[in-house]
Design a protein around this ligand. Sequence first.
Ligand SMILES: [Zn+2]
Length: 87
Amino acid sequence: MIAVRVFRFVDWTLRPDLDADAPPTTYALRCLNLNDDDTACGAESRATTDPAEPQTWAFDHLRRHPGHTGFAELIERPWVMWQGGSK
Ligand SMILES: [Zn+2]
């Protein structure tokens, strides 16, 4: 028997949460390079509301790990959903 789940999304709206009490949007960078033993480096800067701070971290990381030049930007942006039309 196949389980059937029914979702109803009547009159729901989803948007980025820009309210004053919303959690802040944060930025971080994660190293995408491999270590000398072919394991993933995966080092990450701390998440911060200042998008320039992870870039400073990336330069420091390169100084300590020559060749680690590839990064992914991790952005956490709050979204909110509510019922009852646009707001
Ligand atoms: Zn690295």
